[in-house]
Design a binder for this molecule. Structure first.
Ligand SMILES: [Zn+2]
Length: 56
């Protein structure tokens, strides 16, 4: 029987789970950053349109 060494699929460090806690936290943080960025961009869109209309 071959013992499979479990390592993190992100950083390759020995880990009991496929993604170790530090990497999981980092991925979740990046996902949140992306979400916030998208929400901000969406929010900026309509407001920019309003600004254009105000100037007219
Ligand atoms: Zn990791």
């Amino acid at each position: 029987m071959t013992e499979k060494k479990r390592v993190c699929m992100i950083c390759g460090k020995p880990s009991e789970v496929s993604i170790c806690d530090p990497c999981k936290a980092r991925i979740q943080g990046e996902a949140m950053d992306k979400k916030q960025k998208t929400e901000r961009e969406v929010r900026i869109g309509p407001e920019a349109e309003k600004e254009k209309k105000k100037k007219r």
